[in-house]
Design a protein around this ligand. Structure first.
Ligand SMILES: [Zn+2]
Length: 512
């Protein structure tokens, strides 16, 4: 009898696992027709002329070195090139296209729509770049814009001049094809994203005085961000488009130990350095608690689940049972670990004056990137408990709380327009593209735009393979000609799709 009960319970258990795997978590069958064959029937090409203009843009050494040091002369040249290159728009459409200078070097294009009752949207990208690092390690000089058959090489191709250029070209093409849009939109090109927020906060201030900006009612804001990843997950063949719906926070805190002076011939131990070293070792070796399931990471995993192969699909479909295992697997790689918790990095250390004098003080800076469910205060409290030593004091150097999580999913118009545009532009017949909410691990200009809209999305319309990630702020940054072409079409169709009150519904496989 007992054997039968055990067997029945086991079978029921198995049935639940399989039901969730194959009935609840099934792939999305919607088909979005590629942009070249939709009703607007328009597709843009990254031709020789566009390549040359893009190369010129890449040749300006618009380097942001540190908070107070920027290559201002080159930024001026870059700004003036853009103004000149798109001057035709202002001349041709003086009634509805305007250009505003913001914080001296940033540019804001405004394109007034015919229907003032539609909520406007903002596209944003930045013109500055980080330094090229060791130029010797670059295959081609980092500011040459050298192009071979497949790639264009330069600092700023991916971050973020690729977005600057494809965005502006798409706007120009849209206006030339369709004329005045229905919906108002803005394009912000900022000058100091890598070191500050003067550009973006100036844009934000200007727009907060415009209709819909005052009450934070912009339809959405789109800034640089996460990309389309190939081979993003084990057993996943589909490309994964990540729309970052939130941005991690940033906390830098200084930990300090002060003690009475003494002579090193009769040392009192531990010294200030010893006390500090123990404290930071404890913080480094004790990870901040996992916030798995409290941010967008869970939605990301659940959206991907139906496309995974068995048995991974079974595991992920049954988080109620395997959640702790998945959580543990995420900790194994720095990239996935950063999705589920606030990270910790000891970045600076100071202490001691002379080799025969006991140090009276020692300090270290710890940098955290905060999960959306954490806050600066919460992380500092966790650290205090971990250190558990009153001789160590903490002082906040910089605190930027994590962004709110923007709404996402099929019911959110702005998110749906983005998903639709991505699938139209990138879907290839072989594998449907999966669009998922993601988390931005670094900081972007969008942190300055929170007053304009609750729908803040961070996405760059380019396909990355794993080694491309190291090129961001690294050596040999480059972009594919093909990606530039896709970028043009993405922004063009994003503008087109935003003119529609109702999105064209995707077809389903059964309709064919
Ligand atoms: Zn960037």
């Amino acid at each position: 009898m007992f054997r039968y009960i055990a067997l029945s319970v086991f079978l029921l258990f198995l049935a639940i696992l399989l039901f969730r795997t194959f009935v609840i978590f099934t792939p999305d069958k919607a088909i979005f027709e590629p942009c070249s064959s939709t009703s607007d029937n328009h597709s843009l090409h990254f031709d020789q002329q566009r390549l040359q203009a893009f190369q010129t843009l890449l040749q300006f050494q618009t380097i942001s070195y540190s908070e107070d040091r920027q290559n201002v002369e080159e930024m001026k040249k870059c700004r003036d090139f853009i103004k000149k290159h798109y001057h035709g728009l202002l001349k041709r459409y003086p009634n509805f296209v305007q250009l505003h200078s913001i914080a001296e070097y940033s540019l804001l294009f405004s394109i007034q729509g015919k229907n003032s009752s539609l909520k406007p949207f903002l596209l944003s990208a930045h013109m500055d770049v980080v330094p090229a690092g060791n130029v010797e390690r670059w295959k081609h000089p980092p500011f040459s814009g050298y192009a071979d058959e497949e790639f264009i090489f330069a600092r700023g191709t991916l971050d973020d001049k690729g977005n600057v250029f494809t965005m502006m070209e798409a706007v120009q093409e849209y206006l030339n094809v369709y004329g005045q849009p229905f919906r108002t939109f803005y394009v912000a090109l900022t000058h100091d994203e890598e070191i500050g927020v003067a550009g973006a906060s100036g844009v934000s201030r200007y727009l907060s005085e415009q209709p819909f900006g005052r009450d934070g009612q912009f339809e959405f804001v789109l800034d640089e961000g996460t990309v389309i990843m190939e081979e993003a997950f084990p057993t996943l063949n589909n490309p994964l488009a990540l729309i970052a719906v939130a941005e991690k926070g940033f906390l830098s805190a200084e930990y300090r130990v002060n003690v009475a002076p003494g002579h090193s011939s009769m040392p009192v131990t531990p010294t200030a350095i010893g006390i500090l070293a123990r404290a930071i070792d404890k913080v480094e070796s004790t990870p901040q608690p996992s916030r798995f399931g409290q941010g967008p990471e869970m939605s990301l995993l659940l959206t991907v689940t139906p496309y995974l192969s068995f048995p991974l699909r079974l595991v992920m479909s049954n988080m109620w049972l395997f959640g702790p295992v998945v959580q543990w697997v995420l900790t194994l790689k720095p990239g996935t670990n950063a999705l589920q918790r606030s990270t910790t990095a000891i970045t600076l250390i100071n202490g001691g004056e002379k080799d025969n004098v006991l140090p009276t003080s020692a300090s270290a800076t710890i940098n955290h990137r905060l999960h959306t469910a954490d806050s600066c205060r919460r992380v500092l409290e966790t650290n205090r408990a971990i250190i558990n030593d009153d001789r160590v004091t903490a002082r906040i150097k910089t605190c930027s709380e994590p962004s709110p999580v923007s709404p996402f999913g099929k019911d959110v118009y702005a998110y749906r327009v983005l998903e639709q545009t991505i699938r139209q532009t990138f879907e290839q017949s072989r594998q449907p593209i999966i669009v998922v909410p993601g988390l931005m691990l670094g900081a972007t200009d969008s942190r300055s735009y929170t007053n304009l809209s609750k729908n803040l999305y961070r996405f760059s319309p380019f396909i990355y393979r794993h080694d491309d990630l190291n090129r961001l702020h690294g050596d040999n940054e480059r972009i594919r000609h093909k990606d530039m072409q896709r970028g043009l079409n993405f922004y063009f169709h994003l503008i087109v799709n935003n003119q529609l009150e109702n999105l064209p519904l995707p077809k389903f496989k059964s309709e064919f």
